[in-house]
Design a protein around this ligand. Structure first.
Ligand code: NDP
Length: 400
């Protein structure tokens, strides 16, 4: 029996909270706090309609450490689940440290004025969390999150040595809009327009944004063009997967998405510095977010599937082996189940499972941890139970 506070009331939160509410014996009290109270109330109403459970709602500015501390002191949770934006990670980790409460998130900290995400800011909390006797679990979404667990599973069961990992992420869904992002537009566009980066032969290599690409055959979907990008799970996997020689991350984009993105970049709408507009300062990317569709609103008419997984090469019993571990998720099915599109679903379900691992003591430790540092088996079983079944295929073709 545990009490949790969930911060943020967006697409991912809508999924996590419904999944938690379906496990009343574990998550027996749930508080939902976010910047806009009406969004909390909408989600709470949905949970009440579906499960009969009452969710306590609160308004909070999670950038404010003092407010976070007050909220935690008022409700005394066993765990705080951060499903707001990466900008809030540090303020929420500070509040958890001050009050002695465990912490979980799905995306690593980004400073608002620099499109740069790195674990260093959050890893710096390791010793202080350890001394306080509390735990932080970082990146419990799909990628990062499930992809890290897939790698840990491969290391434990499928390979004696892992040499290369290619994380491949395809959303082949169609939401019918000319241009929209599948999760928070500001975070998504900052990520996609950044330089690509991959790790090979003990060092990081960088590439121009979206300049390296190739076709890949995604099971259940078909051939799609995927683009090399930087993604945060590579930073921890490089440290935690023994013998790794190369790791890369690839994401698919359609021509229509890329054309819109190019135009928006060229006209300056993806800038994250302030510009003066009619006497006030605005950040163009934040303004763009305000006029783009809310990712949660895409769910209703979304069709098609996502396929995300890890192509892993290495040695087993002295012989070369290549496997693809992946999940396929269907937008229309996730809408039917939870009024959510598949990107929110594939992130929100692992957040619930990560919370379950912590609250049941299946994953425990004092300090700050990434997903692959724990035994993957129960998490992998839970993916099958709670809506994200996975497959392992022998994979003939290498990722070039
Ligand atoms: P949304 O933009 O839909 O939701 C974010 C929520 O956080 C909104 O309710 C927003 O409030 C709230 N929020 C923002 N700032 C504050 C603040 N200062 N104080 C309190 N609440 C705040 O995003 P998503 O649900 O799509 O994404 C949630 C998180 O999941 C993000 O960090 C994203 O990067 C991460 N993610 C991780 C993935 C993974 O696989 N690991 C994949 C996809 C997403 P308001 O309603 O007022 O705007």
């Amino acid at each position: 029996m545990a009490k949790i506070i969930i911060i943020g009331a967006g697409g991912v939160s809508n999924v996590t909270i419904q999944k938690c509410a379906m496990l009343p014996n574990l998550f027996n009290e749930i508080v939902l706090a976010s910047r806009t109270l009406t969004k909390c109330k909408e989600i709470a109403q949905r949970v009440k309609d579906k499960t009969g459970r009452i969710i306590i709602v609160e308004q909070i500015d999670a950038d404010n450490v003092g407010e976070n501390i007050q909220l935690i002191k008022k409700h005394r949770p066993d765990l705080l689940i951060n499903l707001a934006l990466p900008y809030q990670d540090i303020a929420l980790m500070d509040a958890c440290l001050e009050t002695g409460v465990n912490y979980l998130d799905t995306a690593n900290y980004e400073p608002p004025h620099e499109a740069k995400f790195e674990y260093k800011w959050q890893w710096e909390y390791h010793q202080r969390y350890k001394d306080k006797g509390i735990m932080a679990l970082l990146g419990s979404g799909f990628d990062p999150g499930v992809t890290n667990v897939f790698c840990a599973y491969a290391q434990k069961h499928l390979f004696d040595e892992i040499h290369c990992i290619d994380i491949v992420d395809c959303n082949a869904g169609d939401h019918g809009k000319a241009f929209a992002t599948n999760f928070n537009p500001e975070i998504n566009i900052r990520e996609v327009t950044s330089r690509g980066r991959y790790w090979e032969n003990e060092k990081w290599h960088s590439t121009d944004p979206l300049s390296v690409h190739q076709e890949f055959h995604f099971p259940g979907i078909g051939n799609r063009e995927m683009y090399l990008m930087y993604h945060e799970e590579m930073e921890s996997l490089v440290k935690n997967i023994n013998g790794l020689k190369r790791i890369r991350f690839w994401m698919t984009f359609g021509e229509q998405y890329l054309t819109h993105l190019r135009v928006l970049e060229n006209v300056g709408m993806t800038r994250i510095d302030e510009v003066e507009y009619e006497g006030i300062k605005i950040v163009p990317l934040k303004f763009l977010k305000a006029v783009l569709p809310d990712p949660g609103s895409l769910a209703e008419n979304y069709t098609g599937k996502t396929c995300i997984g890890c192509v892993i090469e290495g040695l087993k019993d002295g012989k070369f082996a290549r496997k693809f571990i992946y999940n396929i998720c269907d937008h229309a099915e996730t809408y039917k189940e939870l009024n959510a599109q598949a990107i929110s679903y594939t992130t929100g379900v692992p957040a619930m499972i990560g919370a379950k691992m912590m609250l049941t003591g299946t994953w425990k430790g004092n300090g700050v941890f990434n997903m692959e540092q724990f035994d993957p088996d129960t998490f992998m079983d839970d993916l099958n139970i709670y809506g994200l079944p996975w497959n392992i295929a022998e994979w003939k073709n290498s990722v070039k």
